[in-house]
Structures are given as structure tokens and as C-alpha cells.
Write a protein that binds this ligand. Structure first.
Ligand SMILES: [Zn+2]
Ligand SMILES: [Zn+2]
Length: 310
């Protein structure tokens, strides 16, 4: 009775605010397995808890309200809808080390290691941090160097030199270890291409959360880069991005969450996790005109080619 009353007296706005922090329900499973090519499990679990699992009471398991193994739970929830592999992406030395350890422990997880372009300008000793990333790059379960790149959205002119130095160093590490380069490019398309040309791009380059238009996509396709599409491709305002997706050859497409960010429609604004990839894959199939089965098979094969075998 009391619960029913408070339910009724809660305003629409209050209800929306409460639900904003909750994981959306699981979508319909995919007909064939795919991967999440870019996720931040550490940030997702620490900020929002375990996807789709109600927090246990501290009395129940003594863990202070979180599930005993949040990473295993997140993997299990994703696998249940056909997302059976994921790539854990590092953004600084600590998260890169964590990712390498987790990838060593769970067969469904591979890792990439790097200093994020927003992190590089903040470091007191960039060279030392790069040495630590390079040491992690040798790990067998680390299959990519990223996310590195350029981000002119949050970094002013003064940060750009450090960002570029860091990006160039990551390109060199990727080439030395023969691993994929995972590029973060925000408002910096021309500079990303300039630096890749200047350094000489590694054999495998993934543009994560691809955000360009058709013209930039065509340029990346011509160079043989992989374009990884995130939940942004489902947003109503993303017409130019859908044009880019429509001209990307099916064997150069990857899909990702970038979780906990960029949750696909119709759940934009709520936390993201790997189990929501089916929403992005279905949207991409509609945009590109590809058969859903065929798109899943292609994305899965590309994931294995770029990062695998798991
Ligand atoms: Zn990024
Ligand atoms: Zn990311």
C-alpha cells in the first residue's frame, strides 16, 4: 500500500532520474555470435555495478552489496544474447594492467593497453608511463595498442603536443609488437590521418567509435582500416554516420559498446554494457541493407582476424 502510494506520488521526472542509472533490459539475442570490440568493464562495474544483476544485500554474501565476481557476471549476461567475446580497453597504466590480468583469467576477454589521449597531457612523466604500456604490450592476451589517438574536444592547444607525442609512441609500439592499433579520434580526423601517414600505419588499424562522415569513411576504407561502429549509429541525429556505415564494406566493419558510454537507442542516457550490442548490430543491418546473419558472421570473423584467436 505504502509502496503503491509512493509509486504514484513520484513524478515522471523523478522516475526518469532514478531509472537513468539502471541497466536497460536485455535485447533479443542475435542469431549468431559477435564480439564487443571495445568496452571498459572496469569503469562500467565500478560506476554502475553488475549489468542486469540486482545488488545483493551485504548480509547475503558479505561483499558489501556487489556480486562476488562482477566480471564473470557481465560476461555471462552478454553471452546469453550472443555476445560471446569482448575486448577490454585500457586508458591508463592501471586500467591497462587490470585488462591484461583479466584477459589472462577469462577466455572470453582479450585486452588492449594504452594511455588515452585525454590522459597523456596530464601525466608528469609520459616517457615512464609509455615504458609501462610497452611492457604490457608484450603480454600474449594483449592484442591491441589503444585507445590512443587525438581528442580535440577536451584538450586545448597546450595539450595537443603531448597528445601527438603519445599517439606517435603508441603507433611505434603497435608496429614493434605486431598488434592492432585502436584509435580514438574525436574532432581530429585530419590530424589522425596525418600522423598515421607520417609514422607509417601498423598493418591493422581500428578507428574505434567511428564518428566521421561518408567522405572520411571512404578515405579510411581505402587505407584498409577497420571502422568500429558504436551505439551512436542508432541516434536520430546520426544521418551522416549512417551514410558512412552504408558505404563501409562488410568485412571492414566492427561493432562496439564503448561501455558504459554511448548506450544505443532506445536506451540512450542509461548505462551501457556488452549485452546491448544486439541493438547496434540490428541498426547497422538496417542501415547497410545487410542480412543480419551475414553481418554477424562478418563482424565475428573480422574480430577474430584483428584480435583473435580468443
Ligand atoms: Zn574513445
Ligand atoms: Zn573507449
Amino acid at each position: 500500500m505504502l509502496a503503491a502510494m509512493s509509486e504514484r506520488t513520484e513524478s515522471r521526472k523523478q522516475r526518469a532520474a532514478r531509472r537513468a542509472g539502471e541497466f536497460p533490459p536485455a535485447p533479443e539475442p542475435l542469431p549468431r555470435p559477435v564480439l564487443d570490440s571495445h568496452t571498459h568493464l572496469d569503469i562500467t562495474v565500478s560506476e554502475y555495478g553488475v549489468p542486469l544483476r540486482a545488488p545483493r544485500s551485504p548480509a547475503e554474501d558479505g561483499s558489501g552489496g556487489t556480486a562476488a565476481d562482477p566480471v564473470a557476471a557481465a560476461i555471462e549476461v552478454a553471452a546469453a544474447v550472443g555476445v560471446d567475446r569482448l575486448v577490454q580497453v585500457g586508458v591508463d597504466v592501471d586500467s591497462s594492467r587490470w585488462g591484461a590480468e583479466v584477459a589472462g583469467r577469462y577466455p572470453a576477454v582479450l585486452a588492449t593497453v594504452a594511455l588515452h589521449p585525454n590522459e597523456a597531457p596530464r601525466l608528469a612523466d609520459l616517457d615512464e608511463a609509455l615504458r609501462q604500456i610497452e611492457a604490457l604490450a608484450a603480454h600474449d592476451r594483449v592484442r591491441g595498442i589503444g585507445e590512443t589517438g587525438m581528442d580535440f574536444f577536451r584538450t586545448g592547444d597546450e595539450g595537443r603536443a603531448a597528445q601527438e607525442e603519445s599517439f606517435r609512441a603508441h603507433v611505434a609500439i603497435a608496429k614493434r609488437y605486431g598488434k592492432a592499433l585502436v584509435v580514438h579520434d574525436r574532432d581530429a580526423h585530419a590530424d589522425v590521418l596525418r600522423i598515421l601517414d607520417d609514422e607509417g600505419a601498423p598493418d591493422t588499424v581500428v578507428l574505434h567509435c567511428f564518428s566521421g562522415d561518408a567522405e572520411f569513411a571512404a578515405e579510411c576504407v581505402r587505407r584498409g582500416y577497420l571502422l568500429s561502429y558504436a551505439g551512436t549509429v542508432t541516434f536520430g541525429s546520426a544521418g551522416a554516420l549512417r551514410e558512412a556505415a552504408a558505404l563501409t564494406p562488410i568485412d571492414q566493419i566492427l561493432v562496439e559498446t564503448d561501455a558504459p558510454y554511448l548506450t544505443p537507442m532506445p536506451h540512450r542516457g542509461r548505462p551501457n554494457a556488452s549485452y546491448l550490442i544486439p541493438l547496434t548490430v540490428r541498426s547497422l543491418a538496417a542501415t547497410t541493407g545487410a542480412d543480419l546473419d551475414e553481418l554477424c558472421a562478418a563482424v565475428s570473423a573480422t574480430g577474430d582476424r584483428v584480435f583473435g584467436p580468443w
